[in-house]
Design a protein around this ligand. Structure first.
Ligand SMILES: NC(=O)c1ccc[n+]([C@@H]2O[C@H](COP(=O)([O-])OP(=O)(O)OC[C@H]3O[C@@H](n4cnc5c(N)ncnc54)[C@H](OP(=O)(O)O)[C@@H]3O)[C@@H](O)[C@H]2O)c1
Length: 314
């Protein structure tokens, strides 16, 4: 499949885990896991300047330097709306190359979306990236952003999407007609849709999607995934990633070990039947409502957000 001009497999990888910080990880095992995935069919990796304050980008840069087939995506922090080019230059020096540059979350309300889009376009003109995308933009913001483009299209919108949070489905429909791809972050609901006992990583502490897994409806989703996995002789993670493929989203799971990486690779070859997709859809129908991104965040001044990220060590 394609994200703009970039040719990618149907499942990618996310590398937030490599920032450390919010995730507890064994870095030697993490490296083996990402190497395994990239050497066995996965050809897209996503990171961001805020993940471990550049640590994840350094990890990815090291992984991709001898793997020219891998498409590299990163994200400029939403509080860096006035310094997109400078941030992208720093990211490129850590990564070696950027194929897809995304704006991480909607800017504060007082910053015109068109200013952000214009600066992203400048990043293409100046050779910093091949393609541009955004992240956490809802349908209204995506419609607005599309009116701002002059030279280049916005080829992707990276948002939370998984069977416990399906509000992005209107965006997926819009993407089909406007030719942008919805990249699904937390495609496994940080693990909550594939297993019951989750680690106590800080990234999981205040996640409303994870709480849904413990409601009766959420448990029904987890059981449905498990039942399909057993009947297909597949892992629950591969089943959920195959559901993403069927729904038209592009999943970028984070992994911590080689076993999880192998299950991401497994998903490349697994296709669900229409009936299996319908079973997951029906079990998760109640999770099709809510907001993609809390509008409250858009009223927080950029410098406060930056300070919060610094303290929280995302
Ligand atoms: N744009 C944004 O605002 C935004 C926000 C969040 C994330 N992202 C991106 O999206 C990527 C993925 O999101 P995410 O890491 O939050 O969530 P995720 O991919 O849904 O979940 C990742 C976690 O699930 C567990 N897991 C992974 N594979 C598994 C398997 N096969 N079986 C069982 N458990 C498995 C692992 O944790 P344990 O081993 O500890 O269980 C792993 O850390 C990130 O790396 C990042 O690139 C973007």
């Amino acid at each position: 499949m394609k994200i703009g001009s970039l040719e990618v497999g149907e499942v990618g990888l996310g590398a937030w885990q490599a920032g450390g910080g919010a995730w507890s990880v064994d870095f030697a095992e993490l490296r083996r896991a990402y190497e395994y995935a990239l050497d066995n069919g996965i050809s897209f990796i996503d990171t961001a300047e805020v993940y471990g304050n550049g640590k994840s980008e350094e990890f990815v840069g090291d992984l991709v330097k001898n793997r020219p087939h891998v498409v590299v995506a990163t994200k400029v922090a939403g509080f860096h709306w006035g310094r997109i080019l400078k941030s992208a230059e720093r990211s490129r020096s850590r990564l070696g190359r950027i194929d897809l540059l995304q704006f991480h979350w909607p800017p504060p309300i007082y910053v015109p979306i068109c200013k952000v889009v214009r600066d992203l376009e400048k990043a293409v003109t100046s050779g910093l990236t091949a393609e541009i995308g955004v992240s956490n933009f809802d349908v209204a913001l995506m419609e607005k952003a599309a009116t701002c483009t002059k030279k280049y299209e916005i080829v992707s919108d990276q948002v939370e999407y998984n069977p416990l949070k399906r509000v992005a489905e209107r965006l997926i429909s819009l993407g089909r007609s406007r030719r942008f791809v919805v990249i699904a972050w937390s495609p496994l609901a940080k693990g909550a849709v594939v297993k019951e006992n989750l680690g106590g990583d800080r990234a999981r502490m205040v996640d409303p999607t994870i709480r849904r897994a413990h409601t009766p409806e959420g448990r029904r989703v987890v059981q449905t995934v498990r039942r399909i996995a057993e009947s297909r002789g597949a892992s629950p993670a591969a089943v959920v990633l195959a559901w993403h493929k069927a729904k038209g989203s592009y999943p970028i799971p984070g992994v911590k070990n080689v076993k999880q990486a192998a299950e991401v690779v497994e998903a490349l070859k697994l296709n669900l039947t229409e009936q299996e997709v319908r079973q997951i859809d029906e079990a998760s129908a109640v999770f099709n409502e809510g907001k993609l991104w809390p509008s409250f965040f858009r009223y927080v001044p950029g410098f406060l957000m930056k300070a919060a990220f610094y303290v929280a060590k995302i």
